[in-house]
Design a protein around this ligand. Structure first.
Ligand SMILES: NC(=O)c1ccc[n+]([C@@H]2O[C@H](COP(=O)([O-])OP(=O)(O)OC[C@H]3O[C@@H](n4cnc5c(N)ncnc54)[C@H](OP(=O)(O)O)[C@@H]3O)[C@@H](O)[C@H]2O)c1
Length: 342
């Protein structure tokens, strides 16, 4: 990895931090983003003894102007990248919590989670493609850290509606009183896959060697689980970040991984029968999305099973992720949304 230049978003905790640590031990130069200058500084100091170099990049991914400033700073360090890992992400909380408390929020009028998980990475990907094209690697790539939870989104809230932006992107709480916190996450993770396919088709036309691929860690005990019992349970039962990056390294480095592959530490979900029917059903009881809690109960079971089905698997993605018309509609809208910074 000596001489390999890797950008990792959200490198200050969990999966991103573990990946940075591992790649630095292997000699890579890691450009790591984070929203806390204190955390970035502490990581730079603690990684100083590694054979690679850590370059801290301050960016709040919920704010596109902050991401744009970070990209300017990146270009003062390098004009070539080999691998970009779009990892920074948040979750609004457990479905059960949404019965009592809505933790969704808006930044600059847009949904904070949508911008953090998806739109900030659209801006980054579109801006760094020329840097990846200059790589000497045989297959430079972008890895979208997505999730199996993309299966819970039918994509309808990602479709722009005439002049109106996609519902999932809107920051006004009042506009979407029925939306569950969990579905916001699924929408953002499906959006990442739709963007991957749209960019890949463009790269194909340009005969570029760059590939966009995706990854799902399955359950890994990190900072994304809400504090309290949920975090304690997950941290006790799920994989540790060391195991959680197993298939991520495969997605980022293995020569056999192709454009559009969705690589996971487990492929348990691939065995679920008729998942395209029941995972995305809008089943509600008195306005309460019972479906979300059923899915989370099922996902808890997956936490046990993933230990017996661990490796690096190219997994199936939802039918919605392959909808070319939706890919193009969202891509076109997203490019307009970030155009100020392109
Ligand atoms: N853990 C799992 O079981 C799991 C499963 C499926 C998918 N994923 C995906 O894996 C990715 C990494 O999550 P994780 O599990 O490692 O969670 P994590 O421990 O919470 O790490 C998330 C990282 O993103 C950063 N981040 C969040 N919001 C940000 C913002 N506005 N600006 C800049 N940085 C921001 C965090 O920074 P701070 O250090 O400042 O918080 C942290 O470095 C996410 O995309 C998540 O959706 C995780």
């Amino acid at each position: 990895m000596k001489g390999t230049r890797v950008m990792i978003t959200g490198a200050t905790n969990g999966i991103g931090l573990q990946l940075a640590d591992t790649l630095l031990s292997m000699g890579a130069t890691v450009y790591g983003t984070g929203r806390s200058s204190g955390k970035l500084q502490a990581i730079a100091e603690s990684m100083a003894g590694r054979s690679g170099t850590f370059v801290p990049l301050l960016a709040d991914h919920s704010d596109l102007s902050s991401v744009s400033a970070m990209l300017s700073s990146l270009s003062s360090h390098t004009d070539v990248l080999d691998i970009v890992v779009n990892n920074a992400g948040i979750h609004y909380g457990l479905p059960m919590q949404s019965m009592h408390k809505d933790t969704r929020s808006a930044t600059n009028g847009m949904d904070t989670l949508f911008v953090t998980n998806y739109l900030s990475h659209v801006l980054i990907t579109e801006k760094v493609l020329p840097m990846l094209n200059r790589s000497k690697m045989e297959k430079p790539r972008v890895v979208q850290v997505s999730s199996t939870y993309h299966w819970i989104s039918d994509g309808s809230l990602l479709r722009p509606n005439g002049p109106l932006p996609p519902f999932a992107s809107r920051g006004s709480e009042l506009e979407k009183p029925f939306r569950q916190m969990h579905l916001s996450y699924g929408d953002s993770k499906l959006a990442q896959l739709l963007h991957m396919h749209a960019v890949n088709r463009m790269l194909e036309e340009e005969s570029s060697k760059v590939a966009v691929v995706a990854f799902c860690p399955a359950w890994v005990g990190t900072g994304i689980q809400p504090e309290g019992v949920a975090r304690q349970v997950t941290h006790a039962l799920a994989h540790q970040p060391e195991q959680g990056i197993h298939a991520l390294l495969h997605a980022a480095l293995h020569p056999d991984i192709s454009r559009g592959d969705f690589v996971g530490n487990t492929n348990v979900v691939s065995y679920l029968p008729f998942k395209e029917h029941w995972l995305i059903s809008p089943f509600q009881f008195q306005g309460f999305h019972l479906r979300d809690n059923l899915i989370d109960t099922f996902a808890m079971l997956m936490m046990f099973v993933q230990k017996f089905n661990f490796g690096a698997f190219v997994q199936e993605t939802s039918p919605e992720s392959k909808d070319q018309e939706l890919q193009d509609a969202l891509h076109k809208w997203s490019l307009r949304a970030v155009s100020e910074w392109l």
